[in-house]
Write a new protein. Structure first.
Ligand SMILES: Cc1ncc(COP(=O)(O)O)c(C=O)c1O
Length: 464
């Protein structure tokens, strides 16, 4: 018998209460937080979909392993268990633990990138871009054309544009020190990269002697998409598919706060012993000794277990299904969104959700505030507040105004997802009454984290 219901593949051993608030309380909380969801105390949030990074629940096996944490400064047992787990999954022999993903990026680019260099990627995540630019390099995004179309149903919208990559490599000899591929493509909507596409990248890189690194935060979710969408991979174990992806590359950076299933941690893993030695010098300088990076022994233990758990088929089926289930319910209610839904998040299309709010009044920001005001749901704007301000101080609105609903791992159940659907549909019903916002005060860079805003026209949601 194949059952239709895909259940959460766990039972709950420890619970953390979440707090209901009234609409009036949330209205006051929003005003006190200057209409910026980053400034809200978490205790005022009912369902927190701000990020899937470091917000997951640990398993009982992880907690048990943490009790074995060896906190020796050098040569801790925990390091060897962590190293064996990473080696077993990736096949990369040189493994450098770091406190999170951006530290691995800084060490890799700090070693490889010099001013004037170009680093191509399907789409750089913000920290990856910032680390390339910090070295004086140019971070170049080369997604396929479908990756830029919100309503395209291409099954692998995270793919790299191989023809564009070939041109960049051809036209810039000696200026491309590394090519990156991000799986799944977070900034492009959590969209997967196919194995066929991934195999095409090293074929090009090798001709120019350029190494390929994966930004592997969501390698297991990407493997699941390959298994369920790419011809020839149905039914294959996710670990086997993931290994084929790693086999295409010379190394990876990893934020283990995602598919490492931990609250903090990351690593840089690679094949080239000489590059590993140079990266190790920077690791020791800025993170810590080679057998702990920036982590405690118990963090390494949790990570070793998490990396294996994330590849369980029943977990991945539940994980990807949770987001798809929400997407189906919202699509049936006519909610505009980026399709297909991503692995870790669903992205609402605020330009179509609030067509009456001009981009100068930050429609995605306003929509994210309305979701909180009406239902206590915290999401994140990926639009003009985050990306609109240019280095010269001018405003250039991005192509898309998105609200990301990111799912923490193993935290919420189907009834939480049903509740989220109900709130979004309710907000859709009153969309015409939602008004834009204006910026009152903002720092020059990364303004979304601390900017103060206010409704542009009286109430955020006008009365009928
Ligand atoms: C694709 C991608 N790369 C890198 C990072 C950076 O990782 P961390 O937040 O652990 O520094 C993230 C985090 O969200 C990410 O999504």
């Amino acid at each position: 018998m194949t059952w239709k219901t895909i259940i959460e593949p766990f039972r709950i051993k420890t619970v953390e209460p979440i707090r209901q608030t009234t609409r009036a309380e949330r209205e006051a909380a929003l005003a006190a937080a200057h209409y910026n969801l980053f400034l809200l105390p978490a205790r005022d949030v009912l369902i927190d979909l701000l990020t899937d990074s470091g917000t997951g629940a640990l398993s009982s096996e992880q907690w048990a392993a943490m009790m074995r944490g060896d906190e020796s400064y050098a040569g801790a047992e925990s390091f060897y268990r962590f190293r064996d787990a990473v080696l077993g999954i990736t096949g990369f022999p040189h493994i450098l633990p770091t406190h999170q993903g951006r530290a691995a990026e800084r060490i890799l680019f700090g070693t490889l990138v010099k001013p004037g260099d170009i680093v191509p990627n399907n789409t750089h995540f913000d920290t990856t871009r910032a680390n390339v630019e910090h070295r004086g390099g140019t971070a170049l995004d080369l997604p396929i054309a479908e990756g830029r179309k919100p309503d395209s149903r291409h099954p692998f919208k995270g793919n790299m544009d191989l023809a564009a990559l070939a041109r960049v490599l051809e036209e810039n000899p000696g200026r491309v020190p590394v090519v990156m591929v991000t799986v799944t493509n977070n900034s492009g909507g959590g969209q997967p990269v196919s194995l066929e596409n991934l195999r095409g990248v090293p074929a090009l890189c090798r001709r120019h002697g350029v190494p390929l690194f994966l930004d592997a935060c969501r390698f297991a979710e990407n493997a699941w998409f390959i298994r369920t969408r790419e011809p020839g991979h149905a039914g294959r174990p996710p670990a086997e598919i993931a290994r084929e992806a790693f086999d295409c590359a010379d190394g990876c950076t990893m934020s283990a706060k995602k598919d490492g299933m931990v609250n903090i941690g990351g690593f840089l893993a690679l094949r080239d012993p000489d590059l590993a030695r140079r990266c190790t010098d920077l690791l020791i300088l800025t993170e810590g000794f080679v057998t702990y990076g920036g982590l405690a022994g118990y963090d390494l233990e949790a990570l070793a277990v998490g990396l294996r758990e994330v590849l369980h088929e029943d977990y991945l089926e539940y994980r990807i299904r949770s987001v798809a289930y929400l997407a189906e319910r919202l699509e049936a209610g006519g909610v505009p969104m980026l399709t297909p839904p991503g692995g870790h998040a669903l992205y609402l299309d605020a330009l179509r959700f609030l067509p009456h709010v001009p981009q100068s009044e930050f429609p995605a920001w306003a929509l994210s505030l309305a979701l909180y005001l009406e239902g206590g749901i915290r999401s994140v704007e990926i639009g003009s507040v985050m990306f609109g301000r240019q280095p010269d101080g001018s405003e250039r609105p991005p192509e898309m105004e998105l609200v990301r609903l990111a799912f923490p791992r193993r935290v919420y159940t189907q009834s939480h997802v049903d509740y989220v659907a109900e709130v979004v549909l309710h907000v859709k019903a009153l969309a015409s009454r939602i008004r834009g916002v204006r910026i009152v005060e903002a720092p020059p860079t990364l303004r979304h984290f601390s900017a103060r805003l206010a409704p542009a026209h009286g109430a955020l949601v006008a009365t009928e």
